[in-house]
Design a protein around this ligand. Sequence first.
Ligand code: ADP
Ligand code: MG
Length: 530
Amino acid sequence: MHETKKFGDLELSKKVFNAISDMGFEEPSPIQTQAIPLLMAGDDVIGQAQTGTGKTAAFGIPIMEKLNPKVRNVQAIVVTPTRELAIQVAEELTKIGKYRDVRSLAIYGGTSIDRQILALKRGVHIVVGTPGRVLDHLRRKTLKLDNVRFAVLDEADEMLDMGFIEDIETILKETPTEKQTLLFSATMPEEIQRLARRYLRNPKILSVSRDELTVPQIEQVFYEVKEHNKLDGLCRVLDSSNVKLAIIFCRTKRGVDELVAGLEARGYEAEGLHGDLTQAQRNKVMKKFREGRVEILVATDVAARGLDIENVSHVINYDIPQDPESYVHRIGRTGRAGKSGMAISFIIPREYRQLRLIEKMLNSRIKRCPLPTFEDVFERQREVIIERLAATIQSGKLGNYRSIIEEMANDYETVELAAAALKVAFDIQGSEEKSEEVETEFSNTGAEPGMVRLFMNVGRVDEVKPQDLVRTIAEEAGIPGKLIGAIKIYDKFTFVEVPREAAEKVLYTMHRNTIKGKRVHVEPAKVRSR
Ligand code: ADP
Ligand code: MG
């Protein structure tokens, strides 16, 4: 069914083929396989595909084949929602066109327009820009679209969300009617479809199906945390994993700032990325992160969407995304181009229903993991400590510290002294922490030890049978049916025992869910004192 095509089958010119080989592409991605022949044949194309599916080359390759590098005028315009994307797309196009001497330029707001005007004057073949800045140049007549043969709307739904639809229409009206128009979008809301109907001629519609949408190399796990110990949970995960570069997602700008502050207060180096930063600040942050000078980037969805950063080892959903599609967008930031990656989500109990929606869309379960213990953290830190100690001894500069130990060595064992010194120096978080079981709403439900008894307001009158309960709970909460304990069905209500570890998940996925068509209310059972 999946016929794998090679770039060789796509009848590319030697110059473009070699450029792609230099970029390390081995075979075309599904959207490229579908789009390139159509675009070469002169069709308009609508491509529905998520981030990370290789859309840039899908339009970049045919454009590169078809435009005439000998004439220095703008033959293709690509409109993107953000400055980062404009830069990224222009860079990718430059690579694809390097043997054809095609010049691509990114134009975007927030930086000097004069330099862009100069660059435009020198002559470019492809302009990649954000809507506002493109319009700006059109008004100043520093950009002319009379010779445009390709117009590309990249991440069109994103531009819609940002309120750019009218700007895009204005830009399209400045281009000749005789041209190819391409529209890429992850989703196809009505406004985008309307835009397509107005500006595309008999477009061929392509979509990359769902199973090609998830990034298969990524391991996906989640941790259940309480709102108040989320940050501790995150720190433990960071401390016990081998993070190269991590992007941490928060729901809001404020969330980003707070988390960056929280991490910094705990000695982590992190940078935030969100819409309130100036362009210069954003560039600085991105550069630092790309070069690995800071390992942790904390961002909002909008700020990070579409960004292509290599070697991101971890994507962390500190806040669970509000819709399942953003989840896919987010985790697409790691495991790129065949590299392995890890996606971690933090779930507070009342978010289990959202998690379930994501799982339904992915059509697979996300594995629940217990938070790393102090031992796990220590295991990882041990390597770090040993390395640092060895390096410090090697440097030989122990001067005054040595005299302290020499003095104290009369009264204490050297090993004890050294251990105490380590403790003072590293003071690993949580090392003294005892995992006390706090009293919760699950502490006293009258269940067997290790179990929690839940109350549900459905019963015999609703024709509910034990197997219905087992099946629904197992399916919705994703726990094996055999873990479900005693079930007692009365006329109008039911008690079900579930393992303590699964109780929150069952409670929050089942509450307000339906059993046998009836909406249920679920809560921990209460034991009446007699
Ligand atoms: P999208 O626009 O769909 O989000 P991009 O065009 O930014 O995706 O591509 C994502 C990453 O995958 C980029 O680093 C790109 O260079 C790389 N890539 C694109 N096509 C291929 C391919 N055929 N083989 C390997 N890597 C590719
Ligand atoms: Mg893209």
